[in-house]
Design a protein around this ligand. Sequence first.
Ligand code: NOJ
Ligand code: CA
Length: 571
Amino acid sequence: MRRAFVHGLMATAMVFSAASAAFAAAPSAMPANKTAAQDDWWKHAVIYELYPRSFADSNNDGIGDLKGITNHLGYLADLGVDAIWMTPMFPSPQVDFGYDVADYDNVDPQFGTIADADALIAKGKGQNVKIILDFVINHSSDKHAWFQQSKSSKTNPYRDFYIWRDGKNGGPPNNWTSLFGGSAWEKDPTTGQYYYHFFYAQQPDLNWRNPALEKAMFDQAEWWLKRGVYGYRLDAVGTMFEREDLKDNPPAPGTDAFGLPEQNRINNTEQPEMHTELQKLRQNVIDKYPGRILIGETYVSTAPELTKFYGAKNDELQLPMYLSLIGLKPITAADLRPRIEAVENNPVGGWPCFALNNHDQRRSTSRYDLPAGTTGDDMARIMAAMILTLRGTPILYYGEELGMLNNDPKRVEDVQDIIGKKGWPKEKGRDGERTPMQWDASVNAGFNTGAKPWLPIGPDYQTRNVAAERADPNSVLNYYRTLIAERRTNPALAGDMTMVDRSNPNVLSYVRTGGGKKLLTVLNFGGTASDLTLAQLGGGKIGRVIVQNRTTVTANGLHLAPLGAIVAEIN
Ligand code: NOJ
Ligand code: CA
């Protein structure tokens, strides 16, 4: 089921971590390499996705909130984060934990107030941490005033804000199924018509073919831009439009987690009209405010499909996230290389954007079968070495920098995420990757000091937490800090990228070059150790080592144990 988010896919001597050396030189909030045009700040940024419910709970009600985030901005600035993308904190019945928005121009009381949002934006400005919000473009909550109006009669002026149709042969208008289970159509008794919902029935799809809806949505987007947010992560971009003639989807093999036959969603996803709409959003709203950006939740399988989201004239999304690396299981160098290269070399010159974790996917530390002798921490390190040295903008997910693990529900009665209740046990939902941030070893991991957190704290919190990892030079956190600091100061990491040792099925290697510097990244995703010569890796000599894990520098090359990773200067 989780793959359905991906539409169409869907130890040897000298092993040490160089993190300690760079710890002392950890960056201040102002990046050294912000010499590029201010409007391009996002090309040199580290973006951090944060799930407000789970980050920090300032008022001890068990649910994270905006003040909690504001209280921890110093941590983010110190980590080297340039911008946070917050998942929705707007008023919402929370059926889909905020992705069912009831009012865009406000803050849900459980997360705080508009004043709290303004304070977060202002404090972020002071600390050089920009705030990016989530814009749920495909649907609203069924409790949104627009939908309440829309459902009240066929002639209500808001009727066409949503997609209403008559049923067919005593059933729904067509065979489309919801990604979250059951038919994608819900019959509403007031008018006897059906409304369309790609996700839950409580998330009716908005009708972007209606100019009045378009204007209303653009106005909402502008409202927050005026308050100082730096743009949006657009939710579920590919579901924005569906075929107007409602053509049935063809069947696909198998059954979904909710018991219905799978289908190939070619008629209600990835419709060409969305590109025109994204161009309008970019030109009419975003570009009016300097430096503002659009990030896309763009689940596509191939780079050519992703390329479309930059726009033929680079006039759509600045950062369509390439999320397909998440779907690789097992993860191999042979699978990673062509995918990364295809994104790097996209024909419109769009800037790559990678994410390896998010609130809908198992954390990478818990996602794969680990080679014998390795741990989730080794997986965290190899992933960090990759995402923080690829050419492009990385989007990290809170807790990733600690090597946090999934903490999956063990019993259906403990599940919070409704898809986990509906799909149990095949689909356990997304609670496991959304557990509270682990700040310290105190009760509730420093998330709060009061009510039971909305999801259980990871059992490893007494050792895996910010305080403990800050103090440990070999921690995953310091590995991240070191790499992020290097991104800010080393011009090679703002320069070109070339894959080397290209036919190696197990080890992914590439060289970054810029400002007279060269940086080599070597990552052993294979299940066995690998010995590589420097000639094989493009030549030169290993110089300063930035980070190193399960790797030895040998007389004429490198020895990498499984999940071994190294980032080093080449002289
Ligand atoms: C994608 C979001 O990331 C996910 O959490 C949500 O459930 C769906 N879109 C529906 O909004
Ligand atoms: Ca709270």
